[in-house]
Ligand binder design. Structure first.
Ligand code: ZN
Length: 269
């Protein structure tokens, strides 16, 4: 497959088929390839297919175990693939006997929270034609992983929102670099939950979000290369200490960033 990857995009008779690479698992990302001009539908959505026949599919934290992919090839042949999505088990922590503490945001805060959620949602649903996702991902910084994708806490019997990203502890001011290229789709100096926030659209519905930043070095609409300095670690928004929260989305589905990168290596490695 890798040997073929560099070859021509001209479809020949023997590659009238779909190839899929990546993680066929909850939170995973699949890289697909079809003969250019094919039409691909997943979960009722017509997917963007690049001029080279590349497309993406992402699976959410709680993705059902079967997903349907439909392809119509340029020669008119139709195919349906049933994808078996591997289930994962997530860390669930139950903490009972906590003193009841109701922290209810006031009306002004609620308006702000809704407004900011809409900005993030709009950025997630971009479907850029660029294909920076094809070149791979790096960690945006080095540090200690202190929070993993999918984990959840149940406080006094009430399940809290699962953790949709990876947390990396690092001191305030640590440079945050673009894990892959793309277009900056959102910059916000101080959101209620996520504080200083940057989003990058990597193309075809795949995006990254970086939260709790102390400083931002990019502007919305700017193109960034993989490895470019985009921001600095902080503890802004609802954070208990300086760390980077890195989330990856495929449209509305939350993916596991750790599946896109090599295992974290510490500075001493
Ligand atoms: Zn986090």
């Amino acid at each position: 497959m890798m040997l073929l990857a560099a070859s021509t995009a001209i479809a020949s008779a023997n590659d009238q088929d779909v190839t899929l690479n990546g993680n066929l698992t909850q939170g995973g990302l699949l890289y697909g390839r079809v003969p250019p001009g094919s039409h691909v539908t997943f979960d009722g959505r017509a997917l963007r297919v690049s001029a080279q026949g590349r497309f993406l599919i992402g699976f959410g934290r709680d993705e059902p175990s079967q997903a349907r992919l439909r392809i119509r090839y340029p020669n008119g042949r139709k195919e349906q693939r049933v994808l078996s999505v591997a289930r994962r088990t997530y860390t669930v922590q139950r903490i009972d006997g906590l003193p009841p503490k109701q922290v209810t945001p006031g009306a002004e805060d609620l308006k702000r929270i809704r407004r900011e959620a809409k900005l993030i949602k709009d950025a997630k649903h971009r479907d850029g034609a660029h294909t920076d996702f094809l070149n791979g991902f790096d960690w945006p910084l080095k540090g200690t992983v202190t929070g993993v994708f999918g984990s959840q806490r149940i406080l006094n019997g009430t399940p809290k929102r699962p953790h949709y990203g990876v947390d990396v502890a690092a001191s305030t001011g640590t440079p945050v670099k673009a894990p892959a290229g793309g277009v900056v789709s959102l910059v916000h100096a101080d959101m209620y939950f996520t504080g200083g926030t940057v989003m990058i659209d990597h193309g075809h519905g795949l995006s990254s979000i970086f939260s709790h930043l102390s400083r931002v070095h990019v502007a919305a609409g700017q193109s960034v290369a993989r490895g470019a300095l985009i921001a600095e670690v902080g503890a802004t928004g609802r954070a208990t200490g300086p760390h980077l929260h890195w989330g990856v989305n495929w449209f509305g589905r939350r993916l596991d960033p750790e599946l896109l990168v090599e295992p974290m290596r510490t500075a001493s490695d």
